[in-house]
Design a binder for this molecule. Structure first.
Ligand code: SF4
Ligand code: SF4
Length: 690
């Protein structure tokens, strides 16, 4: 008589009965995992507070989109699709893994609802799933070993890479898939030996192939393979579970939570945690030590999958500045692992300054807050708030880069970074030639208007950018807008000041402007500066509605108030998305619609455009900061425009204009490439009815 396979529960392993062993392994595995996770959570419990429990339905929706739906992964097509297959595989195999765990102790266990036909369908699906996951592991190992994508590389200044760790983890998952398939294949082969109805296995799946390989194996050997496969599966499963919190694979557990608790209003910069009252009495400001981070910021460090997408898109990293966002996370995670060990006593961490130990000053000042990293990260890891928090800490310690000291002082005393007189703020509107066609009124108690044109410092004082101010005013005048400016009563919006960590100075500028704006009685605000737009919309409170001039123009083109003369046929235009108009405020279409409305205008798109636009080198105070870099961001951007076949770069931001015009000179492309602001181009092309 041919005897069937003995189940793992009935077998004996090293003198221990299977049922006992396979009850002990899960119990010990889960207890150890719980202990490790509890230890990993220690710094989060000690961290600063951050309320992330509002709008649960919105948060849940984002979990469905970004975690379950893997929304951002296909932005890198090959790696993204591989990840989606693995992730979907894990989800599908979860029930099978659960049922395998139970049958170690209860051999006849069947997951409710998965007996009969449903069980067969599920079995066939998971046969293929295990095969696909196994193949994905093979592909991932080959990619890491042979193709070595550049974004996984670890430059020497950021430490050593962990390729062995990555491959070890991939191998463990592959072992899990093989063990699972071997268990099913051995059982099917045994059934075939006994002349029983063939176990239904998916054709060409891994279990099916293994079954066919085992058909001629002797029964005793088959029994050994069957039990070894089961034991390997159980052991690997729990080993993997407990090993993951020691490396990047911890993101498997933490990413669900970091996506749920991710910032919902990403455009709003994280306020200082003490609120605004009595801020001057706070002893220490910003993030200086690891424990100054919030629990969510620490959770981000654990959740970073080290995929390198953020750094791959980071313009600072691209031009050789000493900043790579990925390593901001990895270094902080390594710090947490080292200072909050799982199996040793906690180290006394108090007071270790992060800047100077794991981070450098230049690293923290190199960021342009362009948002490319956050846009790209599939796990919604946040960077700008962390960098600004670290800058707040540096500023609090008086650690301000030399080149920024003068503009910051000037902002404090004169309300602009150039140290120019307040009364000269509206000089741009007083040019005789300009006044002949457009008169710009300065708002005061006797001189009101519906719309405020908030000009901001660079357009008010920079000779070149004043042309953008005049073009904006002429457009507003052309469409019949009743508008005015604040003149000397306007101060810098403080947008960059805030992002450079000078919160108190920002608050002073904001309060001054808010009083002047509210006192002017205007019903809406227009600006041609995306930084101002972002500040007034998101950093200020209770402001009248704010629009960027590109939105006004796009609307007035539709109403027919703005009509255009044909464009210069020799020009090929490309539009450069300013970070604070595009990525931070999702205004991508209005400027393009305006360009496309100009008859005969030839427009090409750069490879990196819209939400993947490449920052030109930093708005605001970045103009005063001299970073260490191999190449200017602006130069790289100008080269991208040339590669796209353009000879005119259109932008919609005075800071972009300053950077790009400068970059054209540095790149030696004068005469071959030029730059123009959207407002200037519209002003130039507008048809005036005579
Ligand atoms: S922060 Fe996000 S994009 Fe950057 S390495 Fe980590 S997971 Fe990847
Ligand atoms: S915000 Fe921009 S410059 Fe700063 S780290 Fe992210 S991608 Fe790099």
């Amino acid at each position: 008589m041919v005897v069937g396979l003995q189940s793992p529960a009935q077998a004996t392993f090293w003198l221990v009965q299977g049922r006992t062993l396979f009850l002990m392994i899960p119990l010990l595995g889960i207890a150890l995992f719980a202990y490790i996770v509890a230890r990993r959570l220690t710094p989060l419990i000690r961290a600063q507070r951050d309320f992330r429990f509002d709008r649960p339905l919105t948060r849940l929706g984002r979990v469905f989109k970004f975690w379950l739906g893997q929304w951002k992964h296909p932005r890198y097509r090959f790696a993204g699709i591989t990840h989606i297959l693995i992730f979907a595989g894990f989800i599908l195999l979860a029930t099978r893994a659960f049922s395998l765990l139970i049958i170690g102790a209860f051999p006849n266990f069947v997951v409710p609802g998965l007996s009969g036909r449903a069980g067969h369908v599920y079995g066939l699906t998971t046969d293929y799933t295990a095969t696909i996951v196994f193949l994905c592991m093979v592909v991932a190992v080959i990619r890491r070993l042979v193709f070595k994508p550049a974004r996984y590389a670890v430059p020497a200044r950021y430490g050593k890479g962990h390729p062995v760790d990555a491959i070890f983890l991939l191998a463990l998952i592959a072992i899990l898939m093989v063990a699972d398939s071997l268990f099913a294949g051995a059982k099917a082969a045994s059934n075939a030996h006994q002349g029983q109805a063939a176990e239904l296995l998916a054709v060409f799946s891994l279990p099916w192939m293994l079954k066919n390989m085992l058909l001629s194996t002797a029964a005793a050997k088959l029994q050994g393979i069957y039990l070894a496969a089961y034991f390997t599966h159980e052991f690997t499963f729990f080993f993997l579970l407990c090993y993951r919190p020691f490396g990047i694979q911890f993101h498997v557990e933490t990413s669900l939570f970091s996506i749920y608790f991710a910032k919902l209003d990403r455009e709003i910069l994280k306020p200082v945690r003490w609120g605004e009252e009595n801020l001057d009495q706070v002893k220490s400001f910003g993030v200086k030590t690891f424990e100054d981070f919030t629990w969510k910021q620490m959770l981000d460090f654990y959740s970073c999958a080290d995929c390198g997408r953020c750094s791959d898109r980071c313009p600072s990293n691209a031009v050789g500045r000493p900043l790579s966002p990925r390593f901001l996370s990895i270094k902080a995670r390594d710090y947490a692992f080292q200072h909050y060990p799982v199996f040793a006593k906690l180290k006394n961490n108090n007071g270790t300054a992060l800047v100077g130990s794991i981070y450098s000053d230049d690293e923290i000042w190199s960021c342009t807050t362009c948002g490319a990293c956050e846009e790209e990260c599939p796990l919604l890891v946040e960077y700008i708030d962390k960098i600004v928090d670290l800058r707040r800490g540096l500023i609090d310690d008086g650690n301000v880069p030399q080149s920024l000291q003068k503009p910051l002082k000037a902002l404090e005393s004169r309300g602009n970074p150039y140290g120019k007189l307040e009364k000269k703020r509206s000089e741009w509107a007083k040019a005789a030639e300009f006044q002949q066609v457009c008169r710009v009124k300065t708002l005061d108690q006797s001189n009101g208007a519906d719309t405020l044109y908030f000009v901001d410092s660079i357009t008010s004082y920079d000779d070149r950018m004043q042309s953008i101010g005049r073009a904006t005013a002429r457009i507003l005048d052309h469409v019949g807008e009743n508008f005015g400016i604040l003149g000397g009563a306007e101060k810098d919006s403080g947008h960059e000041v805030r992002r450079f960590g000078e919160e108190m100075l920002f608050m002073a500028l904001r309060d001054h402007n808010a009083k002047a704006i509210n006192g002017s009685g205007v019903k809406r605000i227009v600006t041609a500066d995306p930084h101002t737009y972002n500040a007034l919309r998101h950093d200020y409170r209770n402001m009248p509605p704010v629009e960027h001039i590109s939105q006004v123009i796009a609307r007035e083109v539709k109403t027919g108030k703005i009509k255009f003369n044909p464009a210069n046929e020799d020009c090929v235009y490309t539009y450069h998305d300013p970070c604070y108009l595009g990525r931070h405020n999702q205004i991508y279409d209005d400027p393009r619609d305006v360009l496309d409305a100009i008859p005969g205008l030839k427009r090409v798109e750069m490879k990196r455009s819209r939400d993947r636009s490449f920052c030109c080198g930093g708005g605001g105070l970045m103009l005063f900061y001299e970073p260490k870099e191999d190449q200017r961001m602006g130069v790289k951007r100008v080269q991208m425009a040339a590669e796209a076949g353009a000879n005119v770069i259109v932008t919609a931001c005075p800071f972009c204009m300053a950077n790009i015009e400068d970059a054209i000179k540095v790149a030696g492309m004068e005469g071959k490439m030029s730059a123009i602001d959207l407002a200037e181009l519209v002003d130039q092309q507008m048809a005036h009815s005579s």
